[in-house]
Design a protein around this ligand. Structure first.
Ligand SMILES: Cc1ncc(COP(=O)(O)O)c(C=O)c1O
Length: 398
């Protein structure tokens, strides 16, 4: 049940506005939907922490049988604090320092290196007996060019032609290459690029004699706009399961397959509740100003992303075309551009839907504005603060 007017008012009265509110039942349902996809194919699921690193969210995904994918020492430490054992954490760092690699390895977390230079460094440091290798399968996909992470323009991974060199570097350092990893992009709603990338991965994974796992990354999209269709998991399963089964039969070993979804688990579980601070009419536009903005939800400004916005206070007001603007001193600080909304008035509460992924985790304190509190709502409507609002004193420094 999406958060309605009464609950939103109660939450804001208790925790302040703006506020990130997550519905536990949605998160759990998405986690179970994913795990039901490949019940018999030796698939392990790792939640991509970057989508939302709140410790309570990490605890919930762990309770659903997920490991986590981390891309920084901070995310590794968050996972450990949330109760994950080191063998439930994967690390896929990009352009990381030696100190960070050393620290991650010292915690017993298995590394997947991002390419030949990182592999050489891990070998020189002597910090691992086995590593995975991220491959760029030369296929990319995603909702915006900033989040396409495979293909000729991507900074990630090694090319398939570099696998022999990687094997040689690993062998010389007495390490095994025990896994192949990829992540082709984020917010993918079609199955075709996935299937193509899986084929490339399986073709090259077979070249690794010590292969233990093949990690296909994350990227399952959610429909943000009304005309978008959800990801077709039935078709995905139908295409992928036989490929995984055939690969295992060919390798004659119990290879583990992995996925690293982030957005799919948390995007639709989260709502950003904001309050209207002013309604200003210029010669061209009506600006509905709110007590939040790109500092709390950067996706519209960074990716031209579209989030449903609902006027919870005044759902039946006559509609008008408005721009929902934040408090940040930038003209690009718009949460919605030319959107039909029941005309808001000062004090109205607006719900910005599908804000659970890459919302809080990409939030900043730009303009020295605190980040909002986060609350988790249980199925019975009980809500608990899972991170308090930033304190201005902490932002100001010593
Ligand atoms: C290595 C890696 N794995 C998984 C993900 C999760 O992607 P998504 O949230 O789209 O599922 C990302 C996102 O950028 C990533 O870089």
């Amino acid at each position: 049940m999406p958060i309605g007017r009464e609950l939103a008012s109660t939450l804001i009265a208790a925790h302040g506005s703006p506020l990130y509110a997550y519905e536990a039942a949605v998160l759990v349902e998405r986690a179970r939907r994913l795990r039901a996809c490949f019940p018999a194919e030796n698939v392990r699921w790792f939640y991509a922490t970057k989508a939302n690193a709140n410790l309570e969210i990490l605890r919930r995904v762990r309770a659903e049988g997920f490991g986590v994918d981390a891309v920084s020492i901070g995310e590794v430490r968050a996972a450990i604090k949330a109760g994950f054992a080191s063998n439930e954490i994967t690390f896929n760092g990009n352009n990381v320092t030696s100190a960070e690699l050393r620290e991650v390895a010292s915690l017993g977390v298995h590394l997947s290196v991002d390419g030949i230079p990182q592999l050489r460094r891990v070998a020189e440091l002597g910090i691992a007996n086995s590593v995975g290798l991220r491959l760029n399968p030369d296929i990319g996909a995603g909702h915006h060019h900033h989040v396409i992470t495979g293909g000729p323009d991507a900074k990630f991974g090694a090319a398939p032609e570099e696998i022999d060199e990687a094997l040689a570097i690993a062998a010389a350092a007495h390490m095994t290459l025990d896994g192949l990893q990829q992540h082709i992009g984020s917010g993918i709603l079609e199955t075709a690029p996935w299937i193509a990338a899986v084929d490339v991965m399986l073709k090259h994974a077979a070249r690794l004699k010590d292969l233990r796992f093949v990690d296909f990354g994350g990227g399952f999209g959610v429909p943000y706009r009304p005309m978008e269709s959800p990801f077709d998991f039935a078709a995905f399963r139908e295409a992928i399961a036989p490929r995984l089964q055939a690969f295992r039969a060919r390798m004659q070993r119990p290879i583990e397959f992995r996925f690293e979804p982030g957005r799919f688990l948390v995007a639709e579980a989260g709502t950003l509740l904001v309050t209207v601070t002013s309604v200003k009419r210029t010669t061209r536009h009506t600006f509905v100003g709110v007590d939040s903005g790109m500092n709390h939800l950067i996706r519209p400004a960074l990716y031209d992303a579209w989030h449903e916005i609902v006027n919870l206070t005044r759902p039946n007001a006559p509609a008008s075309c408005v721009r929902v603007a934040g408090q940040i001193c930038e003209s690009g600080d718009l949460l919605a551009v030319d959107r039909e909304l029941p005309t808001p008035e000062e004090g109205d509460i607006l719900a910005i839907r599908n804000a659970g992924a890459y919302g809080y985790s990409m939030a900043s304190t730009y303009n020295l504005r605190p980040r909002p509190a986060e609350v988790m709502i249980e199925s019975d409507g009980f809500a608990r603060c899972i991170r308090p609002r930033d304190r201005l004193e902490d932002l100001l420094g010593p």
